[in-house]
Design a protein around this ligand. Structure first.
Ligand code: CP
Length: 305
């Protein structure tokens, strides 16, 4: 794979996605090799993060790379009015690669156009979160032993949930059946339905899922994205629509796994955490190997050297 930015999951072909997952498996089995020695990687987080930033930083530290950046744009010259363009052009003089999270949709694409080094999109508004998707796929293949022909339930905020949008696009390479479960106001946007229609991918929309939960191979729960609502009353109306509880998993498939990009608020009850079908904390751990694979691929690092 040639060195380039990762802005959208659609930047990667099915073959390239599978190569990243293979590389992630290699890094999981060969931890702490110093493939990133001599590399400086910037992490610029204009929005809060726990898992994405820290798993990137863990991935880089474990492989001997160095990190610079900020976790709060107010601590940078953005607070003095510096533009995104000037920030990116400057940081690209100091680093070999930039990992960026930003609240504006399209910001990662813009950054990739002005940067002198590759950009990895760590989430741009409600648009895309491609590195989350690659770790989600890695979690699915680890637990299901395949990616093809799975019945995937996407539950919660399907309108603003960027992890849903990226996952839907990537899984479409693998002949899934999607069940979309959401409040009427948080339905999957039409553009994604058109995307699926063009590929002849089957999908169904629901407002309840207790009656159909026995069909699921993957249940992907998501948080209602409070920070994307312009009207706080709308958030209050929709925030606790779906709460997955342990008893709801009684008649589910043995291979079912519960995923969640996290953070969760109330959408998965704590009593699910000890169920063997709960996989969300292992999913977060898989972020380290997957992000190592993404960085290595973008920097053109060959594991056989
Ligand atoms: N999944 C995810 O993006 O989590 P953070 O917001 O904690 O990075």
């Amino acid at each position: 794979m040639k060195s380039r930015s990762l802005v959208s999951i659609n930047d990667y072909s099915k073959k390239e996605i599978l190569e990243i997952l293979e590389l992630a498996k290699y890094f999981e089995e060969n931890q702490n090799k110093k493939f990133f020695e001599g590399k400086v990687i910037a992490t610029l987080f204009f929005e809060p993060s726990t898992r994405t930033r820290l798993s990137f930083e863990s991935a880089i530290n474990r492989m001997g790379g160095r990190i610079l950046g900020f976790t709060d744009a107010n601590s940078s010259s953005v607070s003095k009015g510096e533009s995104l363009k000037d920030t990116i052009k400057t940081v690209s003089k100091y680093s070999d690669l930039i990992v960026m999270r930003h609240p504006l949709e399209g910001s990662a694409q813009y950054a990739s156009e002005v940067s002198e080094v590759p950009i990895i999109n760590a989430g741009d508004g409600a648009n895309q979160h491609p590195t989350q998707t690659l770790l989600d796929l890695y979690s699915i293949i680890k637990t299901q032993k395949k990616l093809d022909d799975l019945n995937v339930f996407l539950v919660g905020d399907l309108k603003y949930g960027r992890t849903v949008h990226s996952l839907l696009m990537a899984m479409s390479n693998f002949n899934p059946v999607f069940n979309f479960i959401s409040h009427e106001k948080l339905r999957i946007p039409n553009e994604y339905k058109i995307f699926l229609d063009n590929l002849n991918i089957k999908y169904y929309e629901h407002t309840e899922f207790t009656d159909i939960i026995s069909r699921a191979d993957i249940i992907y729960m998501t948080r209602v994205q409070r920070e994307r609502f312009s009207d706080p009353i709308e958030y209050e109306k929709t925030k606790n629509t779906y709460v997955l509880k342990n008893h709801m998993l009684e008649n589910t498939k043995d291979n079912l796994r519960i995923l969640h990009p996290l953070p969760r608020v109330n959408e998965i009850s704590n009593d699910v955490d000890d169920n063997p079908k709960a996989y969300y904390f292992d999913q977060a751990k898989n972020g380290v190997y997957t992000r190592q694979a993404i960085i290595a691929s973008i920097l053109g690092i060959n594991k056989h050297k």
